[in-house]
Design a protein around this ligand. Structure first.
Ligand SMILES: [Zn+2]
Length: 203
């Protein structure tokens, strides 16, 4: 892979799992193989008229047209695992979403998930295939799960009576165990002490 492509991939946070080495072949020749292996971008492929050799599976030069990346990543299953806290109810939520975080946070509050509207997303991880990780994290936090919520919806089943720190530890433990390297990690809150809730372990 040349320097330019390498730099481009880093700059645009393209997960390496999605990359395919075309070994000089045009995308049309390796497309089927890429599909089989769930890879969406080919490097070392034929050059575009600008001399780049990094293309999307549909054959577009993504260096010439980076907008194709956003579009592709949205379809690949890139999502975000987030940890949100509600100070008023002393509850923590771990969830997975394909939405942007501000959108997600607004929805938690407008739907009054957990009968409160003071949810703040404290930290999130952008990653591939987050739904599997989400389930495992929920299992890990099972002893703290909020039961008997009057809401039967899934979102309310993802609530835990534990601190942000506890949820963070569970999240990072599971991701590490699954060998997941987040594409991006972001801490959004600067008042972590506020979310040092009691960990109410069920018998
Ligand atoms: Zn190009």
């Amino acid at each position: 892979m040349n320097k330019e492509t390498e730099q481009f991939i880093t700059e645009h946070n393209i997960p390496k799992e999605l990359l395919f080495n075309a070994e000089g072949k045009p995308v049309s020749h390796v497309k089927d193989k890429m599909k089989q292996e769930n890879q969406y971008f080919a490097y070392n492929t034929t050059e575009c008229y600008q001399g780049h050799n990094f293309r999307s599976r549909s054959g577009h030069c993504v260096i010439c047209d980076p907008a194709k990346i956003t579009f592709t990543l949205r379809n690949v299953g890139i999502g975000r695992i987030y940890i949100a806290c509600s100070f008023r109810t002393q509850q923590t939520k771990v969830g997975f979403t394909k939405e942007e975080i501000p959108t997600r946070m607004a929805k938690l509050n407008s739907r009054k998930v957990g009968q409160t509207d003071d949810w703040e997303v404290v930290k999130y991880y952008e990653l591939l295939n987050g739904n599997k990780a989400e389930l495992k994290i929920h299992k890990e936090l099972e002893p703290y799960r909020v039961t008997g919520s009057t809401y039967g919806d899934t979102e309310s089943r993802e609530l835990f009576q534990c601190s942000y720190q506890k949820a963070l530890e569970a999240t990072e433990k599971i991701m590490k165990g699954m060998g997941i390297e987040p594409i991006k990690t972001k801490l959004l809150s600067h008042s972590l002490d506020k979310y040092n809730f009691r960990n109410l372990r069920k018998k």
